[in-house]
Design a protein around this ligand. Structure first.
Ligand code: ADP
Ligand code: MG
Length: 267
C-alpha cells in the first residue's frame, strides 16, 4: 500500500434503526467512489457483520483479523501495522471486516480510557492510504456508533421512506448534535439519504416532502433518493455492488448520482 498524500474524508453511515440501508449504501457508495478513481476503505462496525457478508465473506466468525482485533490492540496500547486486516474486493474497494467478537469489544470499550476515540485511532493509522473511508455503523447509538461519529468528518443518514422512520430521526440528530458539542467539533452532516423509495406511491412522495420541509433547513437532504429495487437485495446476496449486478438498472443509476453528490460536497 502506498500513501497517497491527499486528505482522506471519513464518512459514518449511521442510523440507530436497522434495515434502513446503511450497509447497502456503504457498499454501493463505496464502490461508486472507487469507480470515480478514489481509494476507498469500508469498515464494518457492526457485530452482525452484514457488510462483511455483502463483501462476500461467508464465515466471518472464523476470521481473526477483524475490527475487533484492531480495537483490542489499540485498547491494550499495542502498535498495529496499517495494513492489518485490510482485504480487497474485486470491485476496487478495500474493507476491514467485523464479526461477533465486536459485541464483546463494545462492552469492554465502556471501561476503557479515552473510550470514544479507539476507532479514531484505528482510522488515523490507515487514512494516509485512502481518499474515502466509510464506516458502516450498527443499528444502535452505543459506544461503537459514538466511536464512529467521533472519528468521522461527516455523517450520512440513510432514512427509509416511512413515517415510523421519522420518529427515530429526532433522537439521532440530538445524539449527533451532542457529539458535535462534546467530542467532535468538526463533525458535519453529509446529508439525509432517502432509501427504499417506491416512487409509484404518493405516500413515498409525501415522506420526501416532509423530510425536506422539516429538516431541509438544518440538514442537507440529498437530491437523489434510492429506489426500492429487488436488484439491490440480489446484489448484496451475491457479494456484489449494484454496479456489477445490474449496471443499467435504476438502483445503479441512483447510487451513481449519489456518488456525484458526495463528490460535489468535496473533502
Ligand atoms: P441496515 O444496514 O440499515 O440494517 P441494509 O443495508 O442491511 O440495512 O438493508 C436491509 C435489507 O433491505 C437488506 O436485505 C437489503 O438487501 C435490503 N435493501 C436495502 N436497500 C434496498 C433497496 N433500495 N431496495 C430493496 N431492498 C433494499
Ligand atoms: Mg447494516
Amino acid at each position: 500500500m502506498d500513501r497517497i498524500g491527499r486528505k482522506c474524508k471519513v464518512i459514518a453511515a449511521a442510523n440507530q434503526k436497522g434495515g434502513v440501508s446503511k450497509t447497502t449504501t456503504t457498499v454501493n457508495l463505496g464502490v461508486g467512489l472507487a469507480r470515480a478513481g478514489n481509494r476507498v476503505l469500508l469498515i464494518d462496525s457492526d457485530s452482525q457483520a452484514s457488510l462483511t457478508a455483502s463483501m462476500g465473506s461467508r464465515e466471518p466468525d472464523r476470521l481473526d483479523k477483524t475490527l475487533a482485533a484492531v480495537i483490542t490492540s489499540i485498547m491494550e496500547g499495542q502498535e498495529i501495522e496499517a495494513e492489518y486486516g485490510l482485504l480487497s474486493h474485486e470491485e476496487g474497494v478495500c474493507f476491514l471486516l467485523a464479526n461477533i467478537d465486536l459485541a464483546a469489544v463494545e462492552v469492554s470499550l465502556i471501561s476503557a480510557m479515552s473510550r470514544e476515540y479507539m476507532l479514531k485511532e484505528c482510522i488515523e493509522a490507515v487514512a494516509p492510504y485512502f481518499d474515502y473511508i466509510i464506516v458502516d455503523c450498527m443499528p444502535s447509538l452505543g459506544m461503537l456508533t459514538i466511536n464512529a461519529l467521533a472519528a468521522a468528518d461527516t455523517v450520512l443518514i440513510p432514512l427509509q421512506a416511512q413515517y415510523l422512520s421519522l420518529k427515530g430521526l429526532e433522537q439521532l440528530i440530538a445524539t449527533i448534535t451532542r457529539i458535535k458539542k462534546r467530542i467532535n467539533l468538526a463533525l458535519v452532516f453529509e446529508g439525509i439519504l432517502l432509501t427504499m423509495v417506491d416512487a409509484r406511491t404518493i405516500y413515498s412522495k409525501e415522506i420526501i416532502e416532509m423530510v425536506r420541509g422539516n429538516y431541509g433547513q438544518r440538514i442537507p437532504v440529498f437530491e437523489n433518493y434510492i429506489p426500492l429495487s429487488v436488484r439491490v437485495a440480489e446484489a448484496s446476496a451475491e457479494g456484489k455492488s449494484v454496479f456489477a449486478h445490474d449496471p443499467k438498472g435504476r438502483a445503479a443509476l441512483a447510487y451513481e448520482a449519489l456518488t456525484k453528490e458526495v463528490l460535489a460536497h468535496g473533502r
